[in-house]
Design a protein. Structure first.
Length: 255
């Protein structure tokens, strides 16, 4: 049998119990992210393997696992697992799923993932509750709002404090004008390729997002310009992705 290298995100999905909702007793929530850039010809296969994993977790009632999956238009898949601290990464429950599935089926499933990409990455991001703007309550999953606009604003370590201060000014401006463009702000953490803030905006679809964006720009008017221009001076590049929450590839056990 060939030596098996199990995709690392699975180790993170089978951690000790956690909740997919942001916690109310802290100013931030850490997420372990596994990012897979999938070969175009292997997208259907990859999604099938992810669905099989979720189905087996449901079938065998794996209580220790929960995860969220987001796919983007450039065929990247982001699997997010909330963690309390770095010690959680040592609490893998591989043996539980292996025992339930049987070693042969288990190994075959994880071997299949390796054929779908030539590289992948793992890193941590932190949901910043104080810099996020969701006045009706901070939620990661919102019914009917599967579309995600993901904006990665990369910055040098020296300018990172300044960008966070500008993010605070943006939130104050949004709140003052009662903006309806709600967003969650994440800060890059351990293992990330570069330092960035990630702004995630939910909408029904791309057209709905464009409506929200346009209305917000008109609402804020010229008050937005000096803060936005200062932000552009403080970053080194921007990456913008269109994505979708993939409930069919995610897993949450029944309570």
């Amino acid at each position: 049998m060939k030596t098996q290298i199990i995709p690392f995100f699975i180790a993170l999905l089978l951690l000790c119990p956690f909740t997919l909702d942001a916690q109310d007793d802290a100013t931030s929530q850490a997420y372990w992210v596994h990012e897979d850039p999938v070969y175009p010809a292997m997208v259907a296969d990859y999604e099938g393997y992810c669905a099989t994993l979720a189905e087996n977790c449901k079938k065998y009632e794996i209580k220790q696992a929960k995860w969220l999956t987001i796919s983007t238009d450039d065929l990247r898949y982001f699997h997010l697992s909330p963690i309390e601290n770095m010690a959680d990464l040592d609490k893998s429950r591989f043996s539980l799923l292996r025992d339930k599935m049987g070693e042969d089926d288990y190994n075959e499933l994880f071997d299949n993932f390796d054929s779908c990409y030539d590289t992948h990455s793992d890193y941590i991001i932190h949901l910043d509750k104080e810099l996020s703007y969701m006045p009706e309550g901070l939620k990661i999953v919102q019914d009917g709002l599967e579309f995600r606009k993901l904006e990665f604003w990369y910055v040098t370590p020296q300018n990172f404090p300044k960008v966070l201060e500008l993010a605070k000014q943006f939130k104050e401006l949004y709140a003052k004008n009662n903006s309806k463009e709600y967003y969650r702000l994440y800060r890059s953490g351990f293992g990330a390729a570069g330092q960035f803030i990630l702004v995630a905006i939910s909408a029904k679809n791309p057209e709905d997002y464009e409506r929200i964006r346009k209305e917000n720009k008109e609402l804020l008017g010229e008050a937005r310009t000096p803060v936005y221009n200062e932000l552009l001076k403080s970053i080194i590049r921007v990456e913008t992705l269109n994505g979708y929450m993939r409930d069919d590839l995610s897993y949450s056990p029944e309570e």
